[in-house]
Ligand binder design. Structure first.
Ligand code: ATP
Ligand code: MG
Length: 333
């Protein structure tokens, strides 16, 4: 197989959290937060993980970069199996990957200057030896995220910066070790609306310039149009639909994706009456979930089989996969 240009392959990836019911109980149950994800991402490409709260987006992102140990399946990164790396190999993988989280205000030690916070990963990984080289890297990272003149920002403390500026510092910290893959977990949801597009545009520019793979986690299907080549629609630990972002937005197939799209607030006031809700009901409990389609209790198009058997992923159109019995007979079209 020619894997040139391939950054990441997920094969049936699973992350189940073990829980014990009661302090001394020997009965173990599992929260099946990520339950069989298969996907491939090329170098320099971005994929959006989209879904309601609790669908498993953060768990998938953190499992991919091995902040969580997977329970099953495989993660192949640049042709290397990283699923169960340990010690120094895992440290190498940490350098190759970065994470930007939702809350920039809680992301930095309040008694560290920005310079000190950015220097930290360089010290931990000991990638550059001299103080001068470290300073050069810190200033370069600040330039990359457009916090210039860099000297004006480097010696400030976190409380002196705005949310948008702090999120830029968080991005600088995530790229300072020159990773190949970045997970951005709802990176703008806590910021003022006015700076959201700026931050997403910055991420997109870095992705292109540094040829970074990006996993962009969001509730907002509308923003995926501009910020990712691929989209994975998640529900209750499963990927319900995956395809090029443009294809999903133009031709959404899964009833859940369609519901998410109509629930996206319409920016044009004339079309405001298009604002609808995802069908009522709750996502299923992820502790020992039933062997049916996990969306079936809320699905407006569910029929008998949906309540009895979990569908596999059908390739409904070329490169467009849907985990839904409605597309059983459409394969190969
Ligand atoms: N450490 C944990 N132990 C047990 N269950 C967990 C743990 N972390 C997450 N979960 C459960 O896994 C499921 C998926 O959670 P996750 O945080 O990945 O969802 P999410 O899609 O990121 O949601 P949100 O949009 O609210 O951030 C949820 O049912 C959650 O309660
Ligand atoms: Mg989350």
């Amino acid at each position: 197989m020619n894997s040139e240009g391939r950054l990441l392959e997920l094969e049936d990836l699973r992350k189940w959290f073990e829980i014990r019911r009661g302090f001394l109980s020997s009965k173990v149950s599992y929260v099946k937060a990520v339950d069989g994800v298969t996907f491939t991402l090329d170098e320099g490409m971005a994929v959006s993980l989209v879904g309601e709260s609790g669908s498993g987006k953060t768990t998938l992102g953190k499992t991919i970069i091995r902040l969580y140990e997977p329970n099953g399946g495989r993660i192949i990164f640049q042709d290397r199996d990283v699923t169960h790396l340990k010690a120094n190999d895992l440290k190498w993988y940490r350098r190759m990957t970065g994470l930007v989280q939702q809350d920039p205000f809680g992301a930095f030690a309040s008694h560290f200057t920005i310079f000190r916070s950015l220097e930290e990963p360089l010290l931990i990984h000991n990638t550059v030896k001299s103080k001068e080289e470290r300073a050069e890297k810190v200033f370069k990272a600040l330039e990359e995220v457009r916090l210039t003149p860099v000297e004006d920002f480097a010696y400030k403390y976190p409380h002196m910066l705005s949310g948008g500026q702090l999120q830029r510092v968080a991005i600088a910290r995530a790229i300072i070790l020159e990773p190949r893959l970045l997970v951005a977990d709802e990176p703008v949801s806590m910021l003022d609306a006015s700076v959201r597009i700026e931050i997403l545009t910055l991420l997109r520019r870095l992705q292109e310039r540094l040829r970074l793979g990006v996993i962009y986690i969001t509730h907002d299907l509308a923003t995926t149009r501009f910020f990712s080549e691929w989209a994975l629609i998640m529900y209750a630990g499963h990927v319900m639909e995956k395809a090029f972002t443009q294809e999903i937005l133009r031709n959404p197939l899964h009833p859940y994706t369609r519901a998410l799209l109509t629930a996206t607030p319409e920016p044009n006031p004339e079309n405001r009456n298009r604002f609808k809700q995802v069908p009522p009901g709750e996502p299923p409990a992820l502790i020992d979930p039933p062997k049916s389609c996990r969306f079936s209790p809320r699905c407006p198009r569910a029929f008998d089989k949906c309540f009895k058997e979990e569908p596999p992923e059908f390739e409904a159109a070329s490169g467009h996969w849907v985990k839904c019995w409605l597309y059983e007979r459409s394969e190969g079209k």
